[in-house]
Design a protein around this ligand. Structure first.
Ligand code: ATR
Length: 278
């Protein structure tokens, strides 16, 4: 345990609710691993404007930001990273000498696990992005950033069209159009289908369409093995668990907070334990 004293640097998460956030666990673990005199707390806040003012007043060094504040927050930042501008959402604030600078690390959370599988020539793969909501936006701009050609398929066609236009997707369509893109190797589910206690028995596309050449990434992280991933695995596809996005968005966030490495492999162990083994 660190010795909290007058030099302790404070970091936090702002959200509403924040009770289920795993960010305090991950960041505090890494702070302790690296022997830093830093502390990370969770603040359940309704008014994000006041929260940003509090950051300045109290000298809070950095903050993670989650639902429902990631979009409204943009109005209260002094500077924003170009990717935040494109994605339209900010999940990380750095307090640089009283100036609040906004970053987005969610896109990195989605791209890093892909890079671990395809260690080279990722830009020669093609991807199908399922969903066009908030999470899909970060993934879409991440794919665009990495120059991976992708299509966006969504239940509501208009939303797929809009996001495709903004992010530079090669095409868009409805979920049932997947068959047209069956030769695309990477499939990423950003819809909420498969989520525990919600749509757990549903999949965004028919599982029989998944082939053994596919890589399926389901960003739903609870349950660990969603129905979509289970069926994909049965068909011989490679799979990536949703918690990886959670882990890697925090990795980049930690780098922005401290300039140091996250001890990611060790953080992964405690994250998995806390999510799935309690
Ligand atoms: P998040 O911030 O988690 O991305 P969101 O912005 O509400 O949440 O987006 C949810 C995504 O899941 C959307 O793509 C949504 O499709 P619509 O744009 O048509 O609403 C998708 N989704 C949710 N429930 C769905 C369902 N029953 N069938 C198909 N897609 C669904």
């Amino acid at each position: 345990m660190i010795n909290i004293n007058s030099q302790t640097k404070l970091y936090c998460i702002f959200g509403h609710p924040v009770i289920h956030s795993l960010s305090p666990l991950m960041h505090n673990f890494a702070f302790q691993k690296l022997n830093l005199n830093n502390l990370y707390l969770a603040f359940d806040v309704v008014d994000i404007k006041k929260a940003t003012e509090a950051m300045k007043t109290l000298g809070i060094r950095g903050a993670s930001v989650t639902v429902p504040h990631k979009i409204e927050l943009l109005k209260y930042l002094d500077e924003i990273d170009p990717l935040v501008h494109k994605i339209g959402a900010c999940n990380t604030i750095i307090n640089r000498d009283g100036k609040l600078i906004g970053y987005n690390t969610d896109w990195y959370g989605a791209i890093t696990p892909l890079k671990q599988i395809y260690t080279e020539n990722l830009d020669q793969k093609k991807a199908v992005l399922l969903g066009a909501g908030g999470a899909a936006r970060a993934v879409a701009f991440g794919l665009a950033q990495e120059k991976i050609p992708f299509v966006i398929l969504n239940r509501t066609l208009d939303k797929a069209k809009q996001l495709a236009k903004e992010s530079g997707a090669v095409n868009y369509g409805e979920l049932k159009d997947f068959k047209k893109y069956q030769d695309f190797e990477i499939i990423i589910n950003t819809t909420s289908l498969g989520l525990e206690n919600h749509d757990e028995d549903k999949t965004p596309i028919e599982p029989k369409l998944i082939l053994n050449k596919h890589l399926v990434f389901d960003i739903v992280y609870k349950p660990k093995m969603t129905k979509f991933l289970r069926e994909a695995k049965k068909n011989g596809a490679k799979i990536i668990y949703g918690y990886k996005m959670l882990l890697y968005q925090a990795e980049l966030q930690f780098k922005l907070f401290t300039g140091l490495d996250f001890t990611t492999n060790e953080v992964e162990k405690i994250l998995v334990k806390s999510l799935f083994e309690n």
